[in-house]
Structure formats: structure tokens, C-alpha cells
Design a binder for this molecule. Structure first.
Ligand SMILES: [Zn+2]
Length: 530
């Protein structure tokens, strides 16, 4: 017998964690032919885990005790962990899994193998310990366990008297290295192909090839983050992004884009580079509208050569300042001289990894590189690394109203550097907040989205902040597939699955997808596991 289990959703802090378990075939009245309690669990019902996540990252976990996060299900029989992608809600509990005694391999795609230690290092520093030696020990352990598996290649996890289990990773198009997992499980007379979608990307998302439906899935476990919504198409949302940025920059001030460090930030950079290339000299802001659209010191945030990757800037550095009475510049703000700031050491690190892993980009992105473009390292891009530079940038931008686009984490405003920007900027109508991703219920991001347009407030670090800044959304930039994309993924499976399990999404999204899937695949039992 082959069983699918879902671990997680405990105390609202755990993310994705699924299990595929093989149970020994029953023989007569005695379920195992011998007393199963005498045999180690790994012999009677071996299994694998797919992902071991922490919900919404370390931010929410900060308030919870280590006991809340400890692994609360048996793992003695777990032979391997397969990682679909390195978002923290899929990998954040790996340190706890190791602490609980898990000693199997961690199987993931080749790009994920490079990114996983990086993201976990960050998670450990924030949520676990500041002890460098301890962090290094955990990271060494994780590195030693990682088994990078090329896309499309079968890998045998185990094969013994109870049965056998092979896994294969396919591109999921969600973030670099993301995969859906095909599992070929054999247990006694039962033999099944079970597919775990992980998070699926939207088709035509920048940088990554779109996911192709599996060739077979007897049972399917599918995400439903956007199970109730459809995305705008690529061109529409690209021009919407342009329009929103132009509108937002018209009155000066900062456009703040809360974005996840991995995936979204790089997609945005890619799109913005494309807009700069296409609209280079088009004016965003006419010089005549204000005396000095670029602010009094256009060199304040120097267009850094971001190829250096981890460049720290000193916005309040030693450059000469124009005095208030100096003559206004006649230069207008164009796409070519628009300043883009990425304020996040993690995003900087991952942007560098994205740049290094060009073979995994889609054809369009690779063609741009071949044509001499630098989609993730253009000259208008400034990367802020150190905490001091971050604080200086917040203070300066809040005071100067210099037109600028700032991308900072976290994506749902539940922590990270974006919080300091929000505190400093929400109260000023010249500033704008642009959401490009999913905002989960209960996060400050959701509150800003809900209450901002109605002149409401949001609570950040226990204090109320009135929202006078304008709030916008460009929905298409989710790294998640929309409802139609999810349906197409299922429809593309040549023979319909007998069971579809909907996981990973708000209740409403899950139910909406369930209703659609029941119509689309009437033969399938479409369930939402508890
Ligand atoms: Zn994800």
C-alpha cells in the first residue's frame, strides 16, 4: 500500500511537508506476516518527505518557541528528503529535521543544491542562533547530505523487500531550481506514479521556462496558492508595471516594492531592465513639473556596478551636496536614468547566483545575454548591503522625495528591511507601495493592500502607521501559476489522475480550485486534506 500524508499547519507556522510512505503488503490476518512492532519502522514502512517548510519564513516563527517548530511526526522510517525549491515555506524546517535525527540524503535540483545552504544560512542566523560555529556545523552537515539531481533523470531512493521508490525532478518554472517531483513507488502489488507539484510557476514568467505537465500521474498533489485567480498575461502586466511606475514616480517619492529575495526580485529586475532597454530616453517625469525631478543630489545613490554583486553604498557619503539655493537641473527623469535599488543582502546574493546559473534560464533570457544585455546587472541598479547603508538610504529617501524604485524584502512586509521603509514612507502621499506578489491573510502586506486605499492604517512592530502612500498591485508577477495555469497543468496529463490532493493555499483558493477540478476531471477524487 502506498500512502500520502501531509505534515504541517501546526500552530500556523509550519509550511509544506508531505510524506510518501510504503506499507508492507498485508498477509492474511497478520498485517505484516510477523509482528511489525519488532521490526524497525524503516523496514516495515519506509518513506520519503517532500519538502520541510516553515510558513512565511522566519518572521512568523520568531514569536514561536523552538518546541512549536520541532518535528512533531515520526521520522525514523524516512529515507530521504526531496526538496521542490528553496523558498523558506518549503525548506525552513530542515534544521529542525536534522535536529530530530534525520540522517538521510536531501535530494534537490542542481540550482537548488547551490541555493539551499545560502537560504538556510540566512534562516539559521535569524531564527536559530547567532553562534557562527554552530551555524557552520549545521551548514556543513546540510552540504554533505545534498544530492543534486539533474532535471529529467530518475534516481533510486531505495529498493528492498517492502518495495521500491524512485524519484525524478521536472522543471516547475516557479523560481530558479524549482521542480515538481515524480515518484515511482512499488509496494507489493501496488505500483503508482505519484506527482507532487511543489509550487508551479506561471507560464511566460520572465527568466524561467514554463512547466510542462507530467507524462503520467496516478495521483497528484497540487498547490493552489492562486487556485481562485488568474494572472494578467505577460505583455499586459509588463505595461501595467510600466504605467504604475510612471504614475507613481510622477509626483516624486519612492516606489517601494516588497518582494521575496528569491525569484520575484530577479523577475522584477529582468522586467525593469527590459523596460529601460525599450523606453530608455522616454520621459517618466518632465523637468518642468518640478524644479528638480532628480532631487538636489543626483549622484547620491550612485549607479553602482552591480556586477560586484555585494556592493555597499554610502548614500550619505562624502559626495559634495548641492546647496538648497543652487540652480535646478534641467534634466528630466527618463527610464535610462531611473534609479533602481535592491536593499537586501539576501536578494543581492541570490541575484548573483541567478546570474551565475544562466544555463537554467529560458531561451528568451539567454538570447538577451547573447545580444550583450545584462538582465540582472544593469547600470541603473544599486545594491545595498550593510545595515548602516540601509538605514541611511531609508532616511535619505524619506526626506528627499527623490524618485526611486526600491525593492526590499520581505514580500509580505512581515519583517525584513521593507518594514523600515514602510515606517518611514507610508505616511507620505508622494510615496507608493507596489505589491507584485501574494499577500497572505494576517500579514501586514495584506492589511496595507486592504486598508491602504481606504485611508486606513497598518500595525508594524506593535505600532500603528497611517497609510497615506498610494497602494498598487500588479498581479501577474506572482511566481505562482494562476487558476487557469493549474487547470492546464492537470488537463495536460494524458490519463487523468484517480486522486488529486489540493494543498498550499488559502481555504477559498483551495475550494475554488477543487470545484473547477471536479468539473474538469470528473473521474478524479478531488480532496483537500486536513
Ligand atoms: Zn515557492
Amino acid at each position: 500500500m502506498i500512502k500520502i500524508l501531509h505534515h504541517g499547519a501546526v500552530n500556523g507556522v509550519t509550511g509544506s511537508c508531505h510524506e510518501l510512505r510504503l506499507l508492507q503488503a498485508t498477509k492474511g490476518s497478520d498485517p505484516s506476516g510477523s509482528d511489525p512492532t519488532l521490526l524497525p519502522a524503516s523496514n516495515t514502512h519506509p518513506g520519503i518527505l517532500i519538502d520541510c517548510g516553515l510558513f512565511q519564513g522566519q518572521e512568523e516563527a520568531r514569536g514561536s518557541s523552538a518546541a512549536d517548530l520541532a518535528i512533531d511526526f515520526p521520522i525514523d522510517h524516512i529515507r530521504a528528503l526531496v526538496v521542490t525549491h528553496v523558498h523558506i515555506d518549503h525548506v525552513g524546517r530542515i534544521p529542525y529535521l536534522l535536529a530530530a535525527g534525520f540522517d538521510g540524503p536531501i535530494i534537490c535540483s542542481e540550482p537548488s543544491a547551490i541555493m539551499l545552504p545560502e537560504i538556510l544560512e540566512d534562516a539559521l542566523k535569524i531564527g536559530f542562533t547567532r553562534n557562527r560555529a554552530l551555524i557552520n556545523r549545521v551548514l556543513d552537515l546540510i552540504r554533505a547530505r545534498i544530492v543534486p539531481l539533474p532535471y529529467g533523470r530518475w534516481h533510486s531512493v531505495f529498493e528492498d523487500e517492502v518495495g521500491s521508490l524512485k524519484v525524478r525532478l521536472q522543471r516547475a518554472g516557479h523560481i530558479l531550481g524549482s521542480a515538481y517531483v515524480e515518484c515511482d513507488a512499488v509496494s507489493g502489488p501496488a505500483a503508482e506514479r505519484i506527482v507532487f507539484s511543489g509550487d508551479l510557476g506561471a507560464p511566460h514568467s520572465p527568466l524561467l521556462p514554463e512547466p510542462k505537465p507530467p507524462e503520467r500521474a496516478d495521483r497528484l498533489v497540487i498547490e493552489s496558492t492562486y487556485g481562485d485567480k488568474n494572472h494578467e498575461d505577460r505583455e499586459t502586466r509588463r505595461y501595467r508595471l510600466k504605467a504604475v511606475l510612471e504614475h507613481a514616480l510622477e509626483d516624486g517619492g519612492t516606489v517601494l516594492i516588497p518582494a521575496f529575495s528569491i525569484g520575484r526580485t530577479q523577475e522584477l529586475l529582468y522586467e525593469i531592465e527590459g523596460l529601460i532597454a525599450e523606453f530608455g530616453d522616454s520621459e517618466i517625469l518632465r523637468a518642468s513639473k518640478g524644479s528638480d525631478p532628480l532631487g538636489s543630489d543626483p549622484t547620491l545613490l550612485p549607479a553602482a556596478n552591480s556586477k560586484a554583486g555585494a556592493l555597499g553604498v554610502s548614500p550619505q557619503g562624502d559626495r559634495p551636496r548641492s546647496s538648497p539655493g543652487s540652480s535646478p537641473r534641467s534634466e528630466s527623469l527618463t527610464w535610462s536614468n531611473l534609479e533602481i535599488v535592491v536593499d537586501s543582502p539576501l536578494a543581492a546574493e541570490f541575484t548573483k547566483i541567478y546570474r551565475d546559473l544562466k544555463p537554467f534560464w529560458d531561451e528568451e533570457a539567454r538570447a538577451l545575454v547573447a545580444a550583450g544585455r545584462h538582465p540582472l546587472s544593469f547600470e541603473q541598479l544599486t545594491v545595498i548591503n550593510s545595515h548602516e547603508d540601509h538605514l541611511n538610504a531609508v532616511e535619505y529617501l524619506a526626506k528627499s522625495h527623490r524618485p526611486c524604485v526600491v525593492i526590499a524584502g520581505s514580500g509580505m512586509c512581515a519583517g525584513g528591511r521593507v518594514v523600515n521603509y514602510l515606517k518611514a514612507m507610508l505616511g507620505d502621499a508622494r510615496n507608493d507601495v507596489l505589491f507584485v506578489g501574494y499577500q497572505a491573510a494576517g500579514t501586514p502586506g495584506r492589511d496595507i493592500l486592504n486598508y491602504g486605499p481606504r485611508g486606513g492604517w497598518v500595525e508594524l512592530d506593535g505600532e500603528r502607521y497611517d497609510i497615506r502612500a498610494q497602494v498598487h498591485t500588479v498581479g501577474g508577477y506572482s511566481a505562482h501559476a494562476g487558476q487557469e495555469d493549474l487547470l492546464r497543468f492537470v488537463e495536460g496529463i494524458p490519463q487523468s489522475p484517480s486522486e488529486i490532493r489540493i494543498v498550499h493555499g488559502d481555504e477559498g483558493a483551495k475550494r475554488a480550485l477543487q470545484a473547477k477540478l471536479r468539473k474538469l476531471v470528473p473521474v478524479a477524487d478531488v480532496v483537500i486534506p486536513d
